[in-house]
Design a protein around this ligand. Structure first.
Ligand SMILES: Cc1ncc(COP(=O)(O)O)c(C=O)c1O
Length: 380
């Protein structure tokens, strides 16, 4: 059996997305910046894709900039948002993805900004009182707090955070990579200056993403070159990637409630089966709380076990089960998770992030629990 439970790292490409992309890999190869008709034809397709993405997210097409993925969108918002607005203080959380933490730490290292980390609870909840105090003491800050955590699944109240940022004139960037395509966004009504999306997290192509940048606070470009993306990102566009991202988002919205219900039922079943079969199993962060976490993520804390210590992902892989220990970049490596460390996870216990998609089944969950039982309870 081959089971893929690493959908927070990346998802399978939807066949319908591939179909939409193929004509732009074959016949429609004109450069969208060219003035001739093969170029103009492709330009029209890109602008149609932008319009679609904007419409779905309740944004204006002029607020969507296509990028190479979530990391580039986050880096652009951080480096250019901070520089363009002369900001010298950043507030973020220790639970952010490295696509956010590393550029911020780099700016701190270069002496460009002071950095404050907002406190989080042992379950990874943002301490809103502490955030308020930080903002009161440092108005005009740059705040970066993600919509949902890719490792433990916690969903943050970005409306409430946005409101606080608005009151204190902060620039608010939220990494929405794990929620775009899985939850609806009404960006026109959220006080957020910038968000990020990545096509491969919702059955679109890899190496595609977008930066949403609200009209009222413009920033300088990150990549200089040609006039593409309205002078915000030089370089010939990833045409078929853009077409694929828009198609994947369109499908995600059309089918969201059906898939959500189905994936949620898988998660509920998984939690129940683990509780019934693995004594002393626990769940990291809020991932077992259906209302407070991503329906696509379950972060399981396994009981201490000499036999499996540090080996659980490997042992699962031997059984054909692909899961992860943390974010995509740390999976397989023994570096551990900065997210789990920040929420006081017991290092005696191994943790596995299982993340789901509409392509998973109940049988796969039963098989996985059976294998975990063999590993942890010794029933063969
Ligand atoms: C929360 C979050 N932010 C950013 C990224 C980076 O996205 P990409 O791999 O498309 O650059 C990821 C991907 O793992 C993510 O989960």
């Amino acid at each position: 059996m081959k089971i893929y439970f690493d959908n927070a790292a990346t998802t399978a490409l939807d066949e319908r997305v591939l179909e939409a992309m193929l004509p732009y890999m074959r016949g429609h190869y004109g450069n969208p910046s060219s003035v001739h008709s093969p170029g103009r034809e492709v330009r029209t397709a890109i602008e149609k894709a932008r319009k679609k993405v904007a419409e779905l997210l309740h944004a204006s097409p002029s607020e969507i900039f296509f990028t190479s993925g979530g990391t580039e969108a986050d880096n652009t918002a951080i480096f250019c948002g901070i520089e363009s607005h002369g900001i010298n203080h950043v507030i973020t959380s220790p639970l952010e993805h490295h696509a956010v933490l590393h550029p911020i730490e780099e700016l701190e290292k270069r002496g460009k900004v002071r950095l404050s980390l907002v406190e989080v609870s042992e379950q990874g909840q943002i301490d809103m009182d502490h955030l308020q105090t930080l903002l009161e003491n440092n108005p005009n800050s740059f705040v970066s707090i993600m919509h949902a955590n890719n490792e433990i699944g916690n969903i943050n109240d970005i409306d409430a955070i946005g409101q606080l940022c608005k009151e204190h004139k902060a620039f608010f960037h939220s990494d929405t990579v794990q929620t775009v395509g899985h939850y609806t966004h009404i960006l026109s009504e959220t006080f957020v200056n910038a968000t990020a999306g990545a096509g491969h997290k919702f059955h679109g192509p890899k190496g595609t993403g977008f930066l949403y940048l609200k009209k009222d606070r413009k920033i300088h470009p990150y990549i200089l070159g040609g006039a593409q993306e309205r002078n915000m990102r030089g370089g010939t566009e990833n045409v078929y990637g853009i077409i694929g991202l828009a198609k994947a988002l369109e499908i995600a919205y059309e089918e969201m409630s059906t898939h959500r219900k189905y994936i949620e039922s898988l998660k509920v079943h998984f939690i129940q089966m683990l509780k019934e079969n693995i004594p002393d199993v626990a769940f990291n962060g809020l991932s077992a709380d259906l209302d407070a976490s991503l329906y696509t993520v379950l972060n399981v804390s396994l009981p201490p076990s000499e036999d499996n210590r540090g080996m659980v992902l490997f042992n699962l892989d031997l059984q054909g089960i692909a899961a992860s220990g943390g974010s995509a970049c740390s999976s397989g490596a023994a570096v551990g998770s900065h997210v789990l460390r920040a929420i006081n996870h017991n290092p005696e216990r191994d943790s596995v992030r299982f993340s789901f998609s509409r392509f998973n089944t109940l049988e796969e969950i039963d098989y996985t629990v059976e294998k975990l039982k063999e590993l942890y309870v010794g029933v063969h």
